[in-house]
Design a protein around this ligand. Structure first.
Ligand code: MG
Length: 251
């Protein structure tokens, strides 16, 4: 089942996808273009993997790490499907990152890799935008690169784990203004999902609705004001958003 959170009829609703439409929990059916899409779950801690596909690491002149390179993102960064992402006017390199987002389903501590999927409730798609201009060097916190408002579109759907039998073999695609720019497969991750759950839960507790953004393959290119960016993952959906400039924000 595909689940969503949307705003319509003056309030916020949970919904499921039925025959190409959204069915709200009160039974009403609405079209996908008739609603405002919100992040598909109320997200807890957001973990994000850096350089978790070797081809992307090479593309930006880094070697793939020998242990997971994980950072946190704030909830201020999240926006829903069809939202707008802000590109500062004075930057030279802002790129998208199509990523499989793993949703944790229950409290997890010291989980072994063979049990890891028991702690997953489902999957969604994240676009983990980066503004490379703000990366001072590899070892500094990348707050300004990754934690600006609107830099993480997420959704449209929360897809139940049962509907994705092999999350480690899914095609990923990114389209900019309709042109295919990024293509890869989750099978090329450096650290796979069971490893990441074992690793993170070995030193901290994971909670329901925490999410892990698992990194992006190669094919990241600059995007500018007016671009429409669609990130797609096989079996999960297509997440669309638009790049806007500071002008929209009156400064
Ligand atoms: Mg990323």
């Amino acid at each position: 089942m595909k689940h969503a959170r949307v705003a319509c009829f003056g309030s916020i609703h949970e919904a499921v996808r039925i025959e190409g439409k959204l069915q709200l929990t009160d039974g009403r059916l609405v079209g996908e273009e008739e609603v405002v899409w919100l992040p598909p779950l109320e997200v807890g801690t957001i973990f994000a993997l850096g350089l978790n596909y070797a081809d992307h690491a090479n593309e930006i002149s880094f070697k793939a790490p020998e242990e997971p390179l994980v950072f946190l993102k704030g909830p201020n960064t999240l926006i829903g499907h069809n939202g707008e992402t802000r590109r500062p006017v004075d930057v030279d390199m802002m790129h998208y990152e199509c990523e499989l987002a793993v949703i944790i389903g229950k409290k997890a501590r010291n989980v072994k890799r063979e049990d890891a999927y028991n702690y997953v409730s489902g999957y969604t798609i994240a676009n983990d935008y980066a503004i490379r201009d703000y990366l001072e060097n590899y070892y500094r916190p990348n707050l300004a690169v990754k934690n600006r408002d609107t830099l993480t579109p997420i959704g449209p759907w929360f897809v139940d784990k049962e509907d994705i039998p092999d999350p480690m073999n899914l095609k990923l695609y990114t389209y900019v203004n309709g042109d295919l720019k990024q293509e890869g497969s989750t099978k090329d991750m450096v650290f796979d999902i069971p490893f990441l759950i074992e690793y993170l839960s070995s030193f901290m507790t994971l909670n329901e609705n925490d999410i892990i953004l698992t990194g992006t393959p190669k094919g990241t290119v600059n995007v500018v004001e007016g671009d429409e960016v669609v990130v797609e993952i096989e079996g999960i959906g297509k997440l669309r958003n638009k790049i806007v400039s500071d002008k929209v924000f009156q400064r």
